[in-house]
Design a protein around this ligand. Structure first.
Ligand SMILES: C[S@@+](CC[C@H](N)C(=O)[O-])C[C@H]1O[C@@H](n2cnc3c(N)ncnc32)[C@H](O)[C@@H]1O
Length: 371
């Protein structure tokens, strides 16, 4: 059983747990400030409760299993792929709207805004996209390189959070668990292993439209945030949102670059975060991302990855319809689930490598750069 954090409502009395509480919520849809309150002797250094893991190492619809191969063969049949792609998109939007994520409204708002003006200052004209990034993805023919993908990204993120905690009564409640437990895992790891390294500079690799970047900013209000992504469209949305809704204390920079090879200065960050990126990447990219994070962190700095957990009971029990639809729009899921992430991170040079389930679907891995 993995260590993890349970929401207060899900914890039986013998668990020690953290209770996250939203202490401030602005009118922005996703901008919350979450603070930890210690419950039953918790605090940042307290013990964490457990989520139950499934019985397998990874879902049997991934990897080299017969079921996984069958799904792969179905998806590679072009006429069926087109139908699945459309189906996946429809399921995504309708599931989101059923949980009160106003997908179409949010998309329209962005597409009809001045976001396009941000492109010129964001786009790095000399960028070389890795080949994996140029294939159709998430049911978009241009992958992440389109305005539609950028306009829908925040609603997709909200929907992912709602799916992770289906019993939550609101998005905020689901975010308290999914984002709150991830942030608390970072804080706890950093306090324990960084040797009091002050958190001044945070890099969010694969920041997309800046949702994870804003959560990090709220948690660490004195840090400077750098959001880095391969999609200039996503970064344009991030910058536009920051402009229309500026954060009070943090400063932000948005960089269009490949996280595998950023050209940023070595040892220039205290935290490097990669959230919900790796399941979208081939294994070779993950290896490079871990090495680059190691280069970019100062000694004592904390690396954090959060993403789907192969050991998640919920993911292992996903219905055939859902995992087939999911695999039809996520070309690297098999590679993601097969890769030994802890070993990859250790091989990059990190120490204190720890993984916990921070919600029923997702794991958070934290690690330190040795002094
Ligand atoms: C699901 S989104 C991340 C969401 C965001 N971090 C969050 O937690 O809400 C994945 C992002 O990773 C980016 N990405 C994929 N490969 C990348 C790479 N090699 N370098 C930088 N960004 C990358 C994609 O463009 C996309 O914006």
């Amino acid at each position: 059983m993995a260590l993890s954090v349970l929401p207060a409502s899900k914890c039986s009395s013998h668990y020690q747990f953290y209770r996250t509480s939203i202490i401030q919520q602005t009118t922005r849809k996703s901008a919350m400030i979450i603070r930890m309150t210690a419950s039953s002797g918790g605090g940042a250094g307290g013990q964490l409760a457990s989520y139950e893991e499934g019985e397998l190492e990874r879902p049997n619809w991934t990897g080299q299993t017969p079921l996984s191969r069958l799904v792969g063969a179905l998806i590679s049949f072009k006429p069926l792929y087109s139908v699945l792609k459309l189906g996946a998109r429809q399921v995504l939007i309708s599931t989101a709207e059923k949980t009160n994520v106003p997908w179409r409204e949010m998309t329209k708002e962005i597409l009809e805004s001045d976001v396009y003006k941000e492109m010129e200052s964001i786009e790095n004209p000399s960028i070389v996209y890795p080949d994996y990034y140029l294939s159709p993805f998430h049911a978009y023919d241009e992958g992440n390189l389109s305005w539609l993908a950028a306009a829908e990204a925040e609603a997709a993120t909200m929907s992912m959070v709602r799916r992770a905690i289906p019993d939550a009564s609101s998005l905020d409640e689901a975010n308290e668990i999914v984002r709150g437990n991830w942030l608390n895992a970072i804080e706890k790891h950093h306090q324990q292993y960084s040797g009091n390294l002050e958190i001044k500079d945070i890099l969010d690799i694969g920041c997309s439209v800046g949702v994870s970047t804003r959560f990090l900013a709220d948690k660490f209000p004195s840090a400077k945030l750098t959001g880095l992504d391969l999609s200039p469209y996503f970064l344009a949305v991030a910058k536009y949102k920051e402009k229309i809704n500026p954060q009070k204390s943090n400063s932000f920079e948005w960089i269009h670059a490949n996280g595998e090879n950023t050209s940023l200065d070595s040892q220039s960050f205290d935290i490097v975060s990669i959230s919900y990126v790796l399941h979208e990447c081939p294994a070779r990219a993950t290896v490079n991302l871990a090495k680059e994070a190691f280069r970019l962190l100062r000694p004592g700095g904390t690396f954090v990855v959060t993403d789907n957990s192969p050991k998640s009971k919920k993911l292992q029990q996903l219905s055939p319809v859902l995992f087939t639809l999911m695999k039809s729009t996520e070309p690297f899921l098999d590679e993601y689930y097969l890769l030994d992430l802890e070993k990859t991170v250790k091989d990059a040079g990190f120490v204190n490598v720890q993984t916990i389930l921070t919600d029923p679907r997702h794991r958070t891995l934290t690690a330190t750069v040795p002094y």
